[in-house]
Ligand binder design. Structure first.
Ligand code: FPP
Length: 233
């Protein structure tokens, strides 16, 4: 059975979003290259997916690569892209945890969109190989920026309004990259920065926000529980 993205996960849990910051600083503190920090970040994401799914989180949305990240040094970008391929290739693990993959970002065929073909293939494959899972939905934001998402939604709503469809909150929402994603309940940002960085601006309007000094590769179960306590009191 293949579930459409608009079917809700079986556990009715919260929507948690993460800004996975601090990989570079994590590596620097250890005298390692920044790429080693990103590798550790991808590995910790796999761990966070297991923890979140075990805690009954229904939707986990992570900022994997932003529309602004393309200006980083070429070798670093290449490394992060290869880590996305690794993440989307973790099919056995995702299936063992009943996790369904989803993606948000600039549509591949949109002018200016930059997702390379090998990442597009990995995304499509992961979505199809996990489509029958009924547990947590893991949405990876890749080539994602909230302003680009909102601008596109506004443009689509305006063009529909010409044929008489009123521009309403629901109508704009229906043009987001993944309109079936519910509002975010909890946003976590690691590494001591207290900024939102153009992430899910529409979806976080009612979210609690948890900032921690810890770098992303060090985010562990205790810290996730402390963050979840914000929405479970
Ligand atoms: C921020 O660290 C992280 C990113 C650029 C995006 C997140 C990327 C990862 C967690 C690596 C792999 C992830 C996936 C989804 C495959 P930074 O470089 O900004 O750290 P710094 O602020 O300490 O320099």
């Amino acid at each position: 059975m293949v579930l459409p993205m608009n079917s809700t996960p079986s556990n009715h849990g919260p929507h948690v979003a993460c800004i996975m910051d601090g990989n570079g600083r994590w590596a620097k503190r250890r005298g390692l290259p920044r790429t080693a920090g990103h590798t550790a970040g991808e590995e910790n994401l796999a761990e966070v997916v297991r923890i979140a799914s075990a805690r009954g989180v229904a939707y986990l949305t992570v900022f994997g690569f932003s529309t602004e990240n393309w200006v980083r040094p070429k070798a670093e970008v290449r490394h992060i892209l290869s880590l996305h391929k690794r993440l989307f290739g973790r099919i056995e693990e995702l299936n063992a945890n009943n996790v369904r993959i989803n993606w948000i970002g600039r549509p591949f065929d949109e002018p200016g969109a930059r997702t390379p073909a090998f990442v597009q293939r990995a995304i499509r494959q992961a979505i199809s190989d996990t489509a029958a899972n009924t547990g947590m939905v893991l949405t990876v934001a890749f080539d994602y920026g909230s302003r680009a998402e909102l601008l596109r939604a506004a443009q689509l709503s305006i063009s529909e309004s010409i044929s008489g469809i009123p521009i309403t909150t629901l109508n704009v929402q229906s043009h987001l990259y993944s309109p079936e994603l519910p509002d975010v309940d909890l946003l976590i940002r690691t590494s001591g920065e207290s900024r939102i960085s153009n992430f899910l601006l529409w979806q976080i309007s009612k979210a609690k926000v948890y900032f921690t000094e810890r770098s992303w590769p060090d985010l562990d179960a205790n810290e996730i529980d402390a963050a979840l306590a914000l929405i479970r009191q």
